[in-house]
Design a protein around this ligand. Structure first.
Ligand SMILES: [Zn+2]
Length: 284
């Protein structure tokens, strides 16, 4: 059991008419929770580290832990770098064994986005690492990338077709009505746009901002070409922070292991629920 490419898992998802969940981790406990859930559901998962998570955990620790947990739970996983805006870090992650990376140059103009994305694609070819890129802006807050909801731009299908041809990426993150973080109002997904992009590009599409999207909307989006769905905020808040806070207060004997176990279980529970909704149970 080891780290496999995103391309491999997304191909499986396409064949099985489902989507693969991509889950952010911030520490060893929730990485363990994600992989534990994947193993028990016999489902593919993509474990994602953001630039911020890497800074806190350390690159070598992340890669070693992902490999070790994949073996411990006897399940293949993807180790993915989420929203990378730093080319040197992206190259380093590829060199250290990440099997998937996201280059996020979506705040640049079209030509610069293509240039940086191609640099990532060319470098990743050395190891076979998969590459995701973004066209259009998915609004919200994620680590240090702040895109106001007002400025968020939806992906234009014609541009997406050109972008995919110009870059040769493995997956495209699209802006179709979701944002990062918690929604103030339920999101309205632009399903027609997803269909139009899917028809023109024929590559796996990625939905960011999965926290707060209804199960019904997820299923509809999957049927229209979304093959990877990112869930971050829900794990960060309900799978980690709230659990840490509440368990710490509830535990009377100051035993940190009880907090660790509670985080693992909470994350595994959230991920298991998403696996059922995304339809990926049993396909590994
Ligand atoms: Zn995202």
């Amino acid at each position: 059991m080891s780290l496999v490419t995103m391309k491999y898992f997304l191909e499986k998802a396409r064949k099985n008419k489902c989507a693969v969940g991509a889950f952010n981790f911030f520490g060893l406990e929730n990485l363990r929770g994600i992989i534990k859930a994947a193993s028990s559901k016999k489902s593919p998962v993509i474990a994602m580290a953001s630039m911020g998570a890497l800074k806190v955990m350390g690159l070598d620790v992340v890669v070693s832990a992902a490999r070790a947990l994949s073996q411990e739970y006897e399940t293949d996983i993807v180790l993915h770098l989420d929203h990378c805006t730093d080319m040197d870090l992206l190259f380093m992650c590829i060199d250290h064994g990440f099997t998937s990376v996201m280059i996020d140059a979506s705040d640049k103009d079209y030509d610069e986005n293509v240039r940086l994305t191609r640099l990532a694609v060319d470098y990743a070819a050395k190891t076979g690492c998969s590459v995701e890129a973004e066209l259009g802006h998915v609004g919200g807050v994620e680590d240090n990338i702040v895109v106001s909801e007002r400025e968020a731009l939806f992906t234009v299908p014609e541009d997406a077709e050109k972008f995919v041809n110009d870059t040769n990426i493995d997956a495209l993150a699209v802006s179709v009505g979701t944002v990062h973080g918690f929604y103030k109002l339920p999101p309205k997904l632009d399903f027609e746009r997803i269909t139009a992009i899917h028809t023109r590009t024929a590559i796996p599409l990625v939905l960011h901002g999965g926290t707060g999207v209804s199960d019904e909307d997820f299923k509809k989006a999957i049927g229209l070409g979304i093959l990877k769905i990112n869930v971050g905020t829900e794990l960060k808040v309900h799978g980690y922070f709230d659990v840490m806070k509440n368990t710490s207060l509830a535990v009377k004997d100051s035993d940190p292991r009880k907090v660790s176990t509670a985080i693992v279980d909470a994350c595994a529970s959230i991920v298991s629920t998403k696996i059922e909704v995304f339809g990926s149970r049993g396909i590994l």
